[in-house]
Design a protein around this ligand. Structure first.
Ligand SMILES: Cc1ncc(COP(=O)(O)O)c(C=O)c1O
Length: 434
């Protein structure tokens, strides 16, 4: 019998009317989702090991989120952007009380937008315009965010923002600079990179924008000590440090924010994906001092959905659930289980070159052989397709040059049973693909 996922009118309408925005669509029709599971048109369960687009922190349709959306949309949905409501002030207070030095909050909708606002803030308060980022970064599709995105450089659109620079992201699996024992010498790499920045700058360095774990860049976890050294490089040059915790924020890595492992506080922090746990909510956090200086200079970021009550109410519930269900700790515990089991698979399959990451954000890299460590994108794609067939969604980074890294980041609410079931399916997928 033909699968209902093959329904001809559905795909004909999709082909006729959807503007293609990147990559191919999975040939599956998702009808509904619950917790860590998606259900397709045949009623088949697919485990969601990427939390949707790395956002469904609490799983899908968490009862508390459903309740909040139902209540809030009936009470107060959207407002004139110059009006305030209780959910907005409450969420600003909650977020602004989490980290000393980041007490001022701007509530927006998407990650790109939050980085756009962060870069605008940095340019305005420093009076400079040059922005440095990592060579494998992803900060969004809007102009300033895209100019700081190097994992996929837009082609055919003319110049990026004037004063856009990149430095290599440190990669312990493929070190560019090594200590005598072969380990990554990230300090020398960082010094070398900033020597190059210093030779290119026209004296207008405004900020460095970084993901604490580069996600689209292939789950590259900045080595312990790197962020502090990066902050020092910024301070020496009068630059601000912007951290983009779109994916790592709100507990995913086993601390509320990934930067807390390093004892470094950024000048500006952006949150998105995980803050709305699947609904469009983003935030920019900064110090009272930076906020005051920006305000004095006429900071403008007036959008349609700034300070909207409905997503703000969702954000409050996300923080409540994370706290009440102990999900930051859960990310540590479940993350250790996930990593240990993937490391066991690495013993079994020679094609798994590396298992890396923190908490429930783990990368698994497929290589042609362990000596050369050459990425195997062909096998990566085959494993990805096989996993989907087996019933687990765990996408490779869908960018050329990075199709060998799986990003495994299930909801923090995933049960041990579902986690184990998913890993068993991944093992079957690898066995079938090789
Ligand atoms: C680290 C990071 N920052 C920003 C973005 C952009 O967010 P959005 O797609 O919500 O604009 C992404 C999206 O994948 C991301 O991974």
């Amino acid at each position: 019998m033909m699968s209902k996922n093959e329904e001809t009118p559905f795909w004909a309408a999709a082909d006729a009317h959807l503007l293609r925005y990147g990559g191919a669509f999975e040939r599956v029709i998702i009808e509904r989702a619950e917790g860590s599971s998606l259900f397709d048109a045949d009623g088949r369960r697919i485990l969601d090991f990427t939390s949707g687009q790395m956002s469904a922190l609490l799983g899908h349709s968490h009862p508390r989120i459903v309740e909040t959306v139902r209540r809030q949309i009936g009470d107060l949905d959207h407002l004139f952007s110059g009006m305030l409501s209780r959910p907005v002030v409450d969420l600003a207070q909650r977020l602004g009380s989490l980290v000393p030095g980041l007490e001022k909050v701007l509530l927006l909708s998407t990650g790109g937008e939050s980085n756009e606002a962060a870069i605008r803030l940095a340019k305005l308060v420093t009076g400079k315009h040059e922005i440095v980022a990592f060579s494998k970064s992803w900060h969004g599709m809007t102009a300033a965010a895209a100019s700081a995105t190097y994992a996929k450089r837009p082609h055919g659109l003319g110049p990026a923002a004037v004063g856009s620079f990149a430095i290599p992201a440190p990669n312990p699996y493929r070190p560019r600079f090594k200590h005598p024992d072969g380990r990554l010498d990230w300090q020398t790499e960082l010094d070398d990179a900033f020597a190059l920045i210093d030779s290119q700058t026209t004296g207008s360095l405004a900020a460095f924008i970084a993901e604490p774990i580069l996600s689209s860049g292939g789950i590259l976890d900045l080595p312990l000590g790197y962020l502090a050294a990066l902050k020092a490089k910024c301070e020496e040059r009068g630059m601000l440090l912007i951290l983009d915790e779109a994916q790592t924020g709100i507990g995913r890595t086993g601390t509320m924010f990934a930067f807390q492992r390093d004892g470094v506080v950024p000048d500006i922090l952006t949150l998105s994906k995980t803050l709305g746990a699947g609904l469009p909510l983003a935030a920019v956090l900064t110090s009272a001092e930076i906020e005051a200086s920006a305000h004095e200079r006429g900071f403008l970021f007036y959008t349609t959905h700034v300070s909207d009550p409905l997503p703000a109410a969702v954000g409050l519930t996300v923080l409540d659930v994370v706290e009440e269900e102990g999900l930051v700790h859960r990310a540590q515990v479940a993350g250790s289980r996930l990593k240990a089991r993937l490391e066991a698979l690495q013993q079994r399959f020679a094609c798994i070159g590396d298992v890396r990451g923190r908490g429930l954000m783990v990368g698994l890299e497929v290589v042609t052989d362990r000596d050369s460590r050459a990425p195997d994108e062909v096998l990566g794609k085959r494993i990805s397709q096989e996993a989907m067939r087996q019933g687990v969604q765990m996408n490779i980074v869908n960018l050329s040059g990075m199709g060998s890294v799986f990003r495994i980041a299930p909801p923090l609410t995933i049960s041990d049973d579902d986690l184990d079931a998913g890993i068993d399916l991944i093992a079957e997928a690898i066995a079938a693909a090789i």
